[in-house]
Design a protein around this ligand. Structure first.
Ligand SMILES: Cc1cc2nc3c(=O)[nH]c(=O)nc-3n(C[C@H](O)[C@H](O)[C@H](O)COP(=O)(O)OP(=O)(O)OC[C@H]3O[C@@H](n4cnc5c(N)ncnc54)[C@H](O)[C@@H]3O)c2cc1C
Length: 455
């Protein structure tokens, strides 16, 4: 990268916020799984939307490619450099605006973490309604850019449902600002909606107007042990119908639990081992424990139940599920494939995917977990060379054969771009490329993410 651009960036954001020493840039250059990353030309950390605009304008003039980064918790490699790009970190945009209690909305900077937002909202009776294990590091900007999901999608939808407006900067530094939060506003194209899930390829999000949900006064969590995945799928369908307060139904299997218990040195949740574990959670203004107990009564497939209604014991139950990512990463560099299939096909897909991976890569370990209520499984494969693509292709082709999506909530990133055509038509991909070309004609924003760079 030219000294002239480095100097200009330092003038725009302050020399302390332009990092080029390997010891300082290293933490921005590799993802948490260790599978993706490369050297950055520099890491730039603007502190305001105006500085973001100035950085993007300067990079555009210099023809320097830019990789936007929030909390660097993404799992498909879209936030780390691949080819000596400038990493644009939004982590310093941490302003939290005043709560609008009438609209139940709040405007926050792109670098705010969901944990910081939850802390700011404590006592207001309102919550974000999107929650997952990376809550302390992920950012609102990254969550909008990936249309993040998490445990509560079955109740509140994905991040898309929480976006009431956005402020974003185009590749050339022009700012789009639409933060009014109007419930009804169909004047022209819905540009914020276009940016949700765009993975940093169309614009850089600097702030979001968020539509909040009522925070449940009482929450109860139950871990259930079952013998088979098809029984778990059927159970969750019945629980959804019976329990309006149901806000999570996550699943993991015995081999994943073994990894977590070994990694975290935890005792298993039950004396008996079960093939399938389902974490269900209900939240309501009044204690939902009795309603949950009534819904589970007579459910013969449920062999064991552990219930928790206080913060500490609930967190202990969630640890068995939420530590899976780090436990798998500690065991090796995994192939991580976040997919969704029609819920009725989930159990069959799970059985077939394990067999298909074994056939493609004998001896590989396939660890499955996910969000059962959404038909969303995280297929993690340990063993095959992290750079090899055969296993990914096997899994994603099977997903397509089941009428599913190759990306449920993590995005396409660089991990899956070559298989986008499995679940998106040539016409759809051409429309995406046309939008990309219109908003970023020089192709400097996150090149090679979602869409392959044209040769
Ligand atoms: C332990 C763990 C658990 C997870 N669980 C879930 C889960 O349950 N559900 C789920 O959906 N995800 C989950 N994830 C994945 C990840 O946390 C989400 O994708 C999250 O939304 C990424 O946020 P981030 O700020 O870390 O973004 P990053 O990783 O920094 O970036 C992700 C993508 O968004 C782009 N981007 C980031 N910020 C901006 C911005 N301000 N403007 C434009 N583009 C931007 C990047 O270029 C990249 O393409 C998990 C990750 C971990 C490590």
């Amino acid at each position: 990268m030219g000294e002239a651009l480095l100097d200009e960036l330092a003038r725009r954001v302050g020399a302390a916020h332009v990092l080029s020493e390997p010891a300082l840039t290293a933490g921005f250059e590799r993802d948490v799984s260790g599978r993706f990353g490369g050297r950055a030309a520099a890491v730039v950390r603007p502190g305001t939307a105006d500085e973001v605009a100035a950085v993007l304008a300067a990079c555009a003039r210099a023809g320097a490619a830019v990789v936007p980064q929030g909390g660097n918790t993404g799992l498909v490699g879209g936030q780390v450099p691949r080819n000596g790009e400038v990493v644009l970190s939004l982590a310093r945009l941490t302003e939290i605006g005043p709560l609008d209690p009438v609209a139940a909305q709040i405007t926050v900077g792109a670098g705010v973490t969901p944990a910081a937002l939850a802390a700011a909202l404590r006592g207001t009776g309102l919550a974000l309604g999107v929650d997952f294990a990376a809550r302390d590091s992920a950012t609102i900007g990254g969550m909008v850019a990936t249309d993040a999901g998490g445990a509560q999608v079955l109740r509140h939808g994905t991040m898309r449902a929480r976006v009431a407006g956005l402020e974003a900067v185009l590749a050339d530094g022009r700012v789009l600002r639409r933060l009014s939060g109007l419930v009804k506003d169909n004047a022209g194209y819905d540009l914020p909606a276009l940016l949700v899930g765009s993975e940093g390829t169309l614009a850089v999000i600097t702030a979001a107007r968020l539509a909040l949900v009522p925070a449940p006064a009482r929450v109860v969590t139950a871990l259930l042990g079952l013998g088979a995945l098809d029984e778990a799928v059927a159970l969750v369908a019945r629980l959804r119908a019976a329990l309006p307060s149901l806000q999570a139904a996550d699943v993991f299997l015995a081999d994943g639990l073994d990894l977590v218990c070994a990694h975290r040195r935890l005792a298993p949740p039950f004396p008996d081992r079960h093939e399938v574990y389902v974490l269900v959670e209900c939240g309501a203004p009044e204690d939902p424990t009795e309603a949950l107990a009534a819904a589970l009564e007579g459910e013969a497939a449920v062999a064991d139940v552990a219930v928790a209604d206080d913060t500490v014991r609930r967190a202990a139950l969630w640890t068995y599920r939420e530590a899976l990512n780090e436990a798998v990463n500690a065991a090796g560099v995994p192939h991580k494939l976040d997919v969704s299939v029609p819920r009725a096909a989930l159990a069959a897909f799970a059985a077939e995917v394990v067999a298909a991976v074994e056939a493609a890569a004998p001896g590989a370990r396939t660890i499955l977990w996910g969000h059962l209520g959404d038909g969303n499984l995280h297929v993690n494969v340990l063993g095959p060379d992290p750079a090899a693509h055969g296993v990914d292709e096997t899994v994603l082709r099977l997903v397509a054969a089941h009428g599913g999506s190759i990306s449920a909530e993590h995005g396409i990133g660089v991990a899956k771009r070559e298989w986008l055509g499995l679940t998106r038509s040539p016409e759809e991909i051409a429309a995406m490329a046309a939008i990309k070309g219109a908003l970023d004609p020089a192709g400097v924003l996150n090149p090679g993410v979602v869409l392959a760079v044209p040769l």
